[in-house]
Design a protein. Sequence first.
Length: 617
Amino acid sequence: MENELRKPAAGAAPWRRLVPPRRARLPLMGLVTVALVALLGFLYFKSQGVDYQRQGEILGYLRELREIDARWDFEVLRARTEGMPGKALSGDERGARSADILRRLQQAAGEAPGEALVRDLPALQQAFGQKTELLGRYRAAQQTVAEALARLVEFDAEMAGLVRGAWAAYPQRDRLVAVESTSALLFAHVMRYTADPSDSERKTVETFAADLRKSAEGMPPALRDGLGRMDASVQQILGAKPVEDELFRKIAISSAGPRINSLTDAFSREAADIESDAERYRIYLIAYAGALLILIGWLLSKLAVSYRLLNEANRVLESRVEERTRELSDALHQLKESEAQLIQTEKMSSLGQMVAGIAHEINTPLAYVKNSLGSVAGKLPEVKELVVETNKLLRLMEDPSPNPERLQAKYAAVRGLVNHFAEQQALAELGQLAKDGLYGIEQISEIVLNLKNFSRLDRSKVSSFNLNEGIESALILAKHELKHLKVTKHLGDIPSITCSPSQLNQVFLNLINNAAQAIESGSGEITLTTRTEGADHVAVEIADNGKGIPPEIMSKIFDPFFTTKAVGKGTGLGLSISYKIVEQHGGRISVDSTVGKGTCFTIVLPLTPPATLDDPS
């Protein structure tokens, strides 16, 4: 009948027949919404223009590189024209600055608009690297020429003195004049060669250098040595100057400057094109946003009508939901109260079983305290007598004119008491009695503290706790059950976990008591093991060599009120409560048992419990 009502009438409008069925409308509306939002996001993304701040930084870097390149060219040209090689280029830090700028451009390449920077930056880096290398070699060549020229200038000033020094002792004075003249001419041509390194001037320098070497033969040693130094400087200049000229030509035709200009123009054009496209998409975005606003307005009007219809239905539903929620809350509260009472009953039952054993455990250390205090009380009169006699002796000694006989008699009495104490070792005995009494009190305090920790009602308190401490505490409370049993502990180095310590203490105590009661022979072994389980869990194993659990009841041992003990001996809630506590801590408890061989309970707990950890009581 419902399907018949949904069928369009024979005379219905054709567009109604194209409306999809109701089950397909929601997915279709979702797809349409996703498509509209995706288109809006696409237009918004395309309308984003150039980051002008980033663009300005990149253009500033390129402009600074252009200035560094132009400054290099200017200084190289000035150094060559001024004839002072090495001076203009010494201490240049622009190479380090250009490398830093190129590194920043490399970092900005991924964020820059367009592809010009990514495409042309490697070539620019290579060009600057080559030019930096050429400048370094050019500086070295200039420095070599400059140092050689400096030595020539020093020798030119020294030459006249060498000739005058050899004038009186050397008979061929015309040769001395010729040597001096040749050295002066050689110096002049070397200076010309450094200013204009032409081939003809180089040949002239080589000719004069050869003549000077020939003239130096037979000259006095001092003059000959000076001419040798001059010739070495000239040869150094002849070797370094062509290298300097070749490097100058390579620097002059370096492509670093043109590449900067080309990259700057390409980057600016791409940024302008991107901004033009973004402006066009902004217009599209405005038009599309207007259409969406109209569509949203129409949908809101439809939603307003639907909301009015739903509002009335919601009022009725809310009242029904509130009533039902109140009923469920009351039922849940009652259930929790019943559960808390059952758990407290089980706990009090466990406490009742421990009372007799704990009372016996307290009697033993209490006897320590009683005997120690009795012995101390027996020694107190002797101590009192010694103190009284000593005080009397002190008063006699303080008297300005004491009776010698009384003083001697009192001294003998005090000394006799002291010797008596020393012979009987009374002070050592009193110290030992005090230690025994304190030991007994500590034992009683430990038992009472463990009992208090187990029975306290604020068990929902969560804190960091080491399970080894819980095992030790449970063993102390169950000591009366374990008198005739061997307890073997393999407590590993485990991390502390976040848990409710008193809840887990109850679990350990229940399992230890069950293990002790499962050993019917009266002599057996219980093994307690703790270890890490993976990276974020710890495990506790409590094993016994008792009678074991039959397979037919294995599946029921965690059921509430299930017990194999005689009537009145157990409530059947111990394992059920233990299972729930472990489960609420986000852990798991498992059992492996063989009839006649024993049972092993394994508890695995996470280091961090679920956020919903709560006290089952």
